[in-house]
Design a protein around this ligand. Structure first.
Ligand code: GLN
Length: 213
């Protein structure tokens, strides 16, 4: 069984940990750099990005998380999206983003607590009717060349992908719908193919190959 870490400093930690076995993974709480060692992937949950960022620094996790995200899949949800970003456009306060994805974010883009809402979003390549819970949600205001925005609400980008990093401004762990997690777990299942020793391929003379068309 693969092991997926959940950054367990503050926020929606238990919801993600409870969710993982349903997808066939063991959930491991991550509090210190050594907790990352054997993990296949990591989830940075929603919560309060200022608190999570302060605890990342206090627990000496900044470099370990940056190194992890260079090689292994990371899913950032809500405050986790803010932490994965390269830059915070509306003043991050004490938040030191990890720079795992080349995006700028507006931290409280959808307003304060009273502006929390639930809707359905169309996620490119995943589904048209993904239920999404937004709680003081951020949105993405700039995406680098390697970043693909995947979903929009009121014209604002709320989900994006770049290689093995996936971020969303909403909380997939608060709905029963598995599709955002499934999309993330496909990044773990994709393995690099090493060339296998095999007999040299048959080569046809150009004339024969041309004659087939
Ligand atoms: N806007 C919040 C922050 O700055 C994130 C809210 C959430 O994770 N639900 O941390």
């Amino acid at each position: 069984m693969g092991q997926v870490g959940v950054l367990a400093l503050q926020g929606a930690v238990s919801e993600h940990l409870a969710r993982l076995p349903r997808h066939g993974y063991e959930g491991i709480p991550v509090k210190r750099p050594r907790d990352l060692e054997r993990l296949d992937a990591l989830i940075i949950p929603g919560g309060e990005s200022t608190a999570i960022s302060r605890l990342i620094r206090e627990n000496g996790l900044t470099k370990a998380l940056r190194d992890f995200g260079r090689e292994r899949p990371v899913l950032g949800t809500c405050a986790g999206l803010i932490l994965c970003a390269a830059e915070i456009a509306d003043g991050g306060g004490d938040v030191e983003p990890l720079g795992l994805m080349d995006i700028s974010v507006c931290r409280n883009g959808f307003g304060r607590q009273k502006d929390s809402f639930e809707t359905e979003v169309e996620v490119s390549g995943t589904g048209r009717d993904i239920p999404a819970v937004f709680i003081r949600a951020p949105y993405i205001v700039r995406a680098g060349r390697d970043v693909t925005p995947l979903a929009f609400v009121d014209g604002r980008a709320v989900m994006a992908e770049s290689g093995h990093i996936l971020v969303c401004a909403f909380h997939p762990e608060l709905t029963e719908d598995p599709r955002v997690f499934d999309r993330f777990f496909r990044k773990l299942e994709a393995r690099e193919l090493k060339p296998e020793p095999c007999p040299p391929s048959k080569k046809f003379p150009v004339k024969t190959a041309a004659a087939r068309f």
